[in-house]
Design a protein around this ligand. Structure first.
Ligand code: ADP
Ligand code: MN
Ligand code: MN
Ligand code: MN
Length: 332
């Protein structure tokens, strides 16, 4: 007997990488092996030297195919088996190892927008729906669009064993969010990429496209982010390390913002629950700050912080690496 392994990897498209996948049929009992692909079709290699290598890094049951079939998230290597330049996971692996004693944990809030016929789901042809105000966590056909897809995606993630902590309808019609975590930097990032693939794949069944565009509609419509909640063991036990983490992030604000997803200046405008991308601030309960300290955390004098800057299209391997490095190097 055989089973199917869907190998998923991140391509080399700039400035925002895309997900690719293909299927390998394996004998029952066989582990998913190293595999290869044509890097010249994924912006990862020239045509005359096109082979790239896939190395499995995370696998889970495939909720789409069911049975014994699996999803296999793979990192991309060159044929010398060193990390490909497009492989951002390898650098995170080093940083996560270096700061493992600090026990960093991340919870990622992935916002996204459904599109159909070239416009967000729920937008009328050639016009705009009623202004924002009732869509966030709304109910009813006049307020929410795509709930069946969202529910199917949530069930699929849970069947796959991913640590999804919740979902909600967002501020713009057709816009939604799911949260992954809290988990270690590598685990949360592997699971987010897998959950993104499942989102695209499930929405395909409904003939709808899911997009991580950080500003899908210009004007008075919320963008889409990937708020990144973060703590170390020390932050989970006391308040001084929380303030120190905010200060450390402030000292490297430019480097972080430049690596938090393409088009970030269109989203971090200082409007729509964001802080201006050129400025850094942190505050308790402040959804207009770069970093929010949740009210409960200020109350308990321990917990975590929320970096509100990362775009929906950010690479979690890059975001969690930068935050871990910046905060843990300052606190050790
Ligand atoms: P918001 O109020 O900003 O919409 P959400 O409920 O969407 O918040 O997301 C909060 C996230 O914070 C969840 O993903 C959760 O897993 C994460 N989280 C909770 N506690 C911690 C912690 N100690 N460290 C890191 N992340 C945490
Ligand atoms: Mn949220
Ligand atoms: Mn949100
Ligand atoms: Mn948030």
């Amino acid at each position: 007997m055989t089973y199917k392994a869907e190998y998923i990897w991140i391509d080399g498209t700039q400035p925002t990488a895309r997900l690719r996948s293909k299927t390998k049929v394996l004998a029952d009992g066989a582990e998913p092996p190293l595999w290869g692909f044509d890097g010249s079709s994924t912006n990862q290699a020239p045509g005359d030297n096109s082979d790239c290598v896939l190395r499995p890094v995370f696998s889970c049951p495939d909720p789409v195919r069911g049975g014994n079939d699996v999803l296999v998230l793979a990192e991309v290597l060159g044929i010398d088996l060193t990390p490909h330049p497009s492989n951002t996971r390898a650098a995170l692996e080093n940083v996560a190892r270096k700061y493992a004693a600090a026990e960093p944990l991340f919870g990622l809030e992935q916002e996204y927008t459904f599109f159909k016929d070239g416009r967000p789901l729920g937008f009328p042809a050639g016009g705009y729906p009623a202004p924002q105000g009732f869509y966030y966590c709304g109910v009813g056909a006049d307020e929410v669009h795509g709930r069946d897809i969202v529910e199917a995606h949530l069930d699929a993630c849970l069947e796959a064993g991913l640590l999804i902590s919740g979902i909600n309808a967002e501020v713009m019609p057709g816009q939604w969010e799911f949260q992954v975590g809290p988990l270690s930097p590598l685990a949360v990032s592997d699971q987010l990429w897998t959950a993104r693939w499942l989102l695209y794949r499930i929405a395909e069944n409904y003939d709808v496209a899911a997009t991580l565009d950080p500003k899908p509609v210009k004007g008075d419509w919320n963008g889409a982010g990937c708020h990144t909640n973060f703590s170390t063991k020390a932050m989970r036990e006391g308040y001084d390390p929380i303030v120190a983490a905010c200060e450390a992030l402030g000292a490297k604000a430019d480097e972080h913002v430049r690596n938090y997803g393409a088009g970030i200046e269109n989203r971090l405008t200082g409007m729509h629950e964001t802080a201006m991308w050129t400025e850094f601030s942190y505050g308790v309960s402040d959804r207009g700050a770069s970093i929010r300290i949740p009210w409960q955390v200020a109350q308990d004098k321990k917990g975590y912080i929320e970096d509100r800057r990362p775009n929906a299209n950010a690479d979690p391997y890059v975001v969690t690496r930068l935050i871990t490095e910046t905060v843990c190097s300052a606190q050790l």
